[in-house]
Design a protein around this ligand. Structure first.
Ligand SMILES: C[S@@+](CC[C@H](N)C(=O)[O-])C[C@H]1O[C@@H](n2cnc3c(N)ncnc32)[C@H](O)[C@@H]1O
Length: 357
């Protein structure tokens, strides 16, 4: 038996009907930021180390004027022209420098908040007897998740050292983020370069977030909406945790039917006990055309409908249970952090599911 359902679970979505979406639930008024924005509970030094990984991984991009590049990328993202926005190395680096750092810090707070549910490193490798954690990050090419997991290794270091913990990360993305992934992975497992004038004490204290022997990262370029089941199963089959961070709504917007099909393939590919973490902007809606009329459905309602459907057709299919839900939560960055580009507080919705046996 897995951990009990979180007490914080406050289901706000209506129960989905068993036959296709019909009535979209009403939108709720957004909650004022000040009401719900606690400060990060993570050590500031660790947050700064994560930011430094981004800063140190793309020195050439930072030494040139990055503003015009960011404007171009923003324009393409605004026009939903993702092929162009993620089609050039310099755009990818600029994106990773501008948008991934705030997310990496926010995700570390989320992983810390969910540590009882995620229970990392609870499975033990038969060959090495080390505690392993296999994490697959779908839409994870821009590297936020990789740096977060590096930070988590640091956070868990005192416990992990006893158990020889190993994190195996697979990032899958439609765009070719291989260079960004390699640089950020290197930034996680190598000591930052210090100035030759750094004091002996600073040199002594200078450490990598984690050891390369216990942090493996693989990148695969795939359109997950069009990846055949056998390939998807090979990529995700061993996963303890699959993440879809700020990616699911993009998938729904691309194609509702392909996204539903993909979620069912993911369900088939994963083993009992595997977790699925979905984080996205609160209030994300997808427009669905049904019988010639268009209706808007909240992302989490569509997701619950696909994963938790108890209709007769779904009787024999594998099921999920929801173990945590946050409709809208803030992550506020501490003011003392230093980074050469603007960082942003983040608001998100969160859904954590566990694959039943
Ligand atoms: C908004 S970004 C989020 C990136 C990252 N997960 C984060 O939270 O910072 C969405 C990512 O999903 C990827 N993506 C979009 N559609 C995809 C698809 N069909 N298959 C795989 N990746 C996709 C994009 O290339 C992009 O890297």
């Amino acid at each position: 038996m897995g951990p009990p359902i979180s007490r914080n679970l406050h289901r706000t979505t209506k129960k989905a009907p068993s036959k296709g979406p019909s009535k979209p639930p009403k939108a709720k008024a957004p909650v004022a930021a000040a009401e719900i924005a606690p400060s990060s509970t993570l050590p500031i030094d660790l947050l700064q180390l994560l930011l430094n990984v981004f800063k140190n991984s793309f020195p050439d991009r930072l030494s040139s004027d990055i503003k015009p590049l960011l404007q171009e990328v923003k324009g393409h993202l605004y026009n939903r022209d993702f092929a162009t926005a993620f089609g050039k190395e310099e755009y990818l680096e600029a994106y990773a420098l501008r948008w991934s750092p705030s997310r990496a810090l926010c995700y570390l707070q989320i992983f810390e908040d969910l540590k009882d549910e995620l229970n990392p490193f609870h499975s033990v490798s038969e060959e090495t007897e080390d505690a392993e954690w296999d994490v697959v990050c779908l839409g994870g090419g821009a590297g936020a998740e990789i740096v977060t997991l590096g930070g988590l290794m640091k956070l868990l270091e005192p416990v992990n050292e006893e158990h020889g913990a190993e994190a195996n990360i697979t990032a899958i993305d439609i765009a070719d983020w291989s260079n960004v992934v390699t640089r950020l992975r290197d930034g996680v497992v190598n000591k930052p370069l210090l100035s030759k004038y750094a004091s002996a004490a600073a040199q002594e204290a200078n450490k990598a977030l984690t050891d390369p022997a216990c942090f493996s990262v693989a990148f695969h370029q795939h359109d997950i909406l069009n990846t055949p089941l056998d390939i998807l199963s090979k990529l995700v089959g061993k996963a303890d945790l699959v993440t879809l961070l700020f990616t699911l709504n993009e998938l729904y917007t691309t194609s509702l039917s392909l996204t539903q099909k993909f979620l069912l393939s993911l369900t088939t590919s994963l083993s009992a006990g595997a977790l699925l973490l979905v984080v996205d902007s609160p209030g994300s809606y997808s427009t669905v055309s049904l019988n010639g009329t268009e209706k808007k459905y909240p992302m989490q309602w569509l997701l619950d409908h696909t994963l938790l459907d108890t209709g007769s057709k779904a009787q024999d299919s594998p099921k999920w249970e929801k173990i945590k839900e946050e409709e809208s939560k803030w992550f506020r960055l501490p003011d003392t952090l230093r980074y050469p580009i603007e960082l942003e507080n983040m608001r998100y919705q969160l859904h954590l599911y566990r694959r039943c046996g």
